[in-house]
Ligand binder design. Structure first.
Ligand code: SF4
Length: 500
């Protein structure tokens, strides 16, 4: 019998077909960039956990990939009779194996026993973490490890990095011993059923559904979807599927076509998307959008931010996953129609926040609307900067008060069938300004790519030439975001008197 690893058992918990495919057709798996990025984050948090749980550096880090499973199981058994922290200790029982992130020796009743800690890069305990802990403890205990407790250590998003590589407060522990130890029978059943699944000659017949994205995005989605009939007008193009009846219908029929979705289950916006998608006709209430913008006079500003976040903060005074702005682009449209562009971009690798805040204050003037697309994002970043830099707070909060969101005005008044239910600026722009294109940009074409480019630019190994190239790409990308807003404003406001 093959031994199923904990990650295979967790895959089974998500979907038996996923487990079967992971074992028999691993070549079909296509992990998204986001999934890959989350693996990298997990590795970074794991590295810091070594420092936190073994500040004296006396622990032993095992490596099954380098040394092989057999060697790590043997070495783990030896180390369990010593008294030092162990990282990535391995345990195997008939049919299953697991590696523990952290094993810490403790004394209980005069005996040495072990405390297991599983380290996660999330900011809270999720249900699948409980399954994870139950599987880990089941395998360890049945392998003969004197396990006293198991805890999950997740990131404390309220923690503020004090600097000097001091990460002692980054992780917050939650004890899961009672829950994990109390589910031995269930875990035993999971292992048995998982083996029966793997032994099947053919893959389980399971259609795509909610399980494909929860708790993880499944890498076999493209494959599974290709086996199913595809709707010409997928129901997922309907915006904000939240009402219970519609949600239940979609969950039961993931390949549902909009044409087969009863109108009575749809709200006004969903009905509009449905009817205009099916008729291939544009919806545009020009009068209403112009009215919504009438109150805002020129000069006007058009603003967009790019941000970066770190699970493990690298800059003093910042928190895990805090979105830290490193770039803005701003267009200013004067009363005469004169359009000026300015930008801020800090690729120094130092905390860009203060210079960013000062730069923003310097270019926003003192009056006039500041148009953004999804004001909650820019507004939240400005507010966070105001909290960090008290002296700049009055000016920053005055900027925040001038933000005007073009997103809800667009959503309420415009829909082109090519948007497929999305009002992201990248979905709207090709419809209202087909001469502008994100695809035509070199390198950076979306927010995720901007983050990756930023990380590459600040990496010490990046050459000056490459850094310059990234700088130009980032400036072009963020600049297009704000120019797109200018064109969108012009379109919504009906200001054809200006030529851009
Ligand atoms: S895509 Fe969905 S149905 Fe296919 S294996 Fe993954 S979770 Fe299962």
């Amino acid at each position: 019998m093959r031994n199923l690893s904990k990650s295979k058992l967790i895959a089974f918990r998500q979907c038996p077909k996923r487990l079967w495919l992971e074992v028999h057709r691993p070549e079909l798996r296509e992990d998204s960039a986001a999934t890959q990025a989350s693996f990298n984050v997990g590795n970074t948090v794991g590295d810091v956990a070594h420092q936190i749980y073994d500040p004296a550096g006396k622990g032993v880090l095992l490596n099954a990939q380098r040394d092989g499973f057999g060697e790590v199981f043997k070495r783990s058994a030896e180390l369990l009779s010593a008294s030092q922290p162990i990282f990535e200790a391995g345990f195997a029982i008939e049919g299953a194996l697991a590696f523990a992130d952290v094993m810490l020796p403790i004394k209980r009743g005069g005996k040495r026993v072990w405390r297991m800690v599983e380290v996660k890069s999330s900011t809270s305990v999720k249900d699948y973490h409980r399954d994870d802990a139950a599987i880990q403890s089941f395998i360890a205990r049945n392998a003969g490890v004197p396990l006293a407790s198991i805890a999950l250590a997740h990131i404390d998003s309220d923690w503020i990095y004090p600097g000097n590589d001091d990460y002692s407060g980054l992780l917050k522990e939650c004890d899961l011993t009672e829950d994990a130890f109390g589910r031995e029978d269930v875990v035993s059943e999971w292992i048995e059923t998982a083996h029966k699944t793997v032994e099947k000659k053919a893959e389980p017949k399971i259609g795509t559904g909610e399980q494909c994205s929860s708790p993880f995005a499944c890498g076999f989605f493209a494959y599974c979807q290709s086996q199913e009939p595809q709707a010409e007008y997928p129901v997922h193009w309907l915006p904000s599927i939240r009402a219970n009846a519609l949600k239940a219908l979609v969950a039961a029929n993931p390949s549902l076509d909009m044409r087969d979705t009863p109108d009575e289950l749809l709200n006004e916006l969903q009905q509009r998307v449905k009817s205009h998608t099916l008729s291939a006709e544009i919806y545009f209430d020009a009068e209403s959008s112009a009215e919504a913008l009438k109150a805002y006079k020129l000069p006007a500003y058009f603003l967009d931010f790019e941000t970066i976040q770190f699970a493990v903060p690298i800059w003093k005074g910042t928190s895990p996953y805090q979105q830290i702005p490193f770039q803005f682009s701003i267009h200013r449209l004067g009363r005469t129609g004169k359009l000026d562009a300015k930008a801020f971009l800090d690729l120094s690798g130092n905390d860009p926040s203060k210079y960013f805040a000062e730069g923003l204050i310097a270019v926003c003037g003192s009056t006039g609307p500041i148009y953004v697309y999804n004001a909650s994002f820019e507004g939240a970043r400005i507010y966070e900067l105001a909290l960090r830099f008290r002296k700049l707070a009055p000016d920053l909060l005055a900027i925040k008060d001038r933000l005007v969101d073009l997103h809800p005005i667009t959503k309420a008044n415009y829909y082109h069938p090519s948007q497929q239910g999305s009002w992201s600026i990248k979905a709207v722009l090709p419809a209202i300004a087909p001469d502008l294109s994100y695809e035509a940009l070199e390198g950076v074409q979306n927010g995720g790519m901007a983050m990756e480019a930023y990380l590459e630019a600040i990496h010490p190994d990046t050459t000056a030439v490459r850094k310059d190239e990234i700088e130009q790409q980032l400036l072009a990308y963020c600049g297009l975001d704000t120019f797109a807003m200018v064109r969108l404003w012009q379109f919504l406001a009906g200001r054809n008197d200006f030529q851009f």
